[in-house]
Design a binder for this molecule. Structure first.
Ligand code: BDR
Ligand code: CA
Length: 315
């Protein structure tokens, strides 16, 4: 099983990604770190605890991290994910509590203890990772690999015409990462991938309801406001699962059907704030990221449905 650290701003699709990691049997989740993003830090930390408890893994430690982006105020996405980030369905408070150590300290210490073994999966603005990188510039080399739900390689965004939320929310942090990254260590799975290959169609949503296990029902109900937003505001039949598909790639890299290496920089301000700028010139600097472009849709959905249908892990 792959040892993982997961960095998350837990809203509804992060929660599904946490369920995949905790309950699929494909990962050994060593820590979950939280950061401000879709929802304020305290709310996201609460949601991470609830998600792990629901997945039968209340033992996985959760560590709270940075309460705001590096240089900007937080712009959350509660109009999409619900005020509580989990579809406002009235989930009860978690029984567990976050651990004492700060997320950034955990991101620094765990890979030092297990050099080259841990995979880091980021599902959120990159603030915690950038803060850790500023303290340990060699941090990325200490991981086996880093997978990030970040960016939009086709430059069609979800939060602005050209930017994806996680990069847009803290573009300075994203830039700290891209400037330290190499394509053998860092893979981005962007919004474009989830729009193409990880859309929960109405039929998929019905299937979750029909499976009817506590995990399937959780995954379905917490995405209620996202489904409404997709239908009523964006006019799409079905909603995306960007964090779950990024997690699926980390758990099963053979789900990737198309990827490229490229040199990417991040625009910081104005209309293009948070845009990934891909340098396609012949004279471009060497690639710094691997960009996943397509994922095997049926394989991703099979992993999702099988995981939520299975009995909860036994501790
Ligand atoms: C990202 O923002 C949120 O909508 C999701 O959790 C994902 O991490 C997509 O832009
Ligand atoms: Ca997220």
């Amino acid at each position: 099983m792959r040892p993982l650290i997961i960095d998350t701003d837990t809203g509804s699709d992060d929660a599904v990604a946490l369920v995949l990691a905790a309950a699929s049997g494909l990962a050994d989740v060593r820590a979950v770190t939280t950061v401000a993003g879709n929802v304020p830090l305290e709310t996201g930390t609460r949601n991470a605890l609830i998600s792990l408890e629901t997945a039968g893994r209340p033992d996985i430690p959760v560590h709270a991290g940075c309460p705001r982006p590096m240089t900007r105020a937080l712009s959350s996405a509660q109009h999409v994910h619900g005020q509580d980030g989990m579809g406002d369905i009235g989930l009860p408070d978690p029984v567990t509590v976050p651990r004492g150590a700060h997320a950034v300290d955990v991101l620094l210490s765990l890979p030092r203890r297990l050099p080259g073994e841990l995979t880091l999966v980021t599902l959120a603005p990159l603030t915690n990772i950038a803060a850790a990188l500023l303290r340990d510039p060699a941090l990325l080399t200490r991981f086996r690999h880093v997978y990030c739900m970040a960016g939009a390689a086709d430059m069609a965004g979800n939060v602005s015409p050209t930017a994806e939320f996680n990069v847009w929310a803290d573009p300075e942090a994203a830039r700290v990462l891209t400037q330290a990254a190499t394509p053998d260590k860092v893979t981005w799975i962007g919004w474009d991938v989830s729009r193409r290959d990880a859309v929960m169609t109405p039929a998929d949503q019905r299937r979750l309801e029909e499976i009817g296990t506590p995990l399937a029902s959780f995954a379905h109900r917490i995405n209620r406001t996202v489904a409404d937003w997709a239908r009523d505001v964006t006019g799409l039949a079905g909603y995306d699962l960007p964090d779950p598909v990024a997690m699926a790639v980390a758990l099963k890299p053979d789900l990737v059907t198309e990827q490229e290496e490229a040199h990417v920089d991040i625009a910081l301000d104005g209309l293009t704030r948070g845009q990934m700028v891909i340098d396609r010139r012949r004279t471009a600097p060497p690639p710094n990221l691997t960009l996943v472009r397509r994922v095997h849709e049926a394989g991703f959905k099979r992993l999702l449905f099988d995981t939520v249908a299975a009995p909860l892990p036994r501790l």
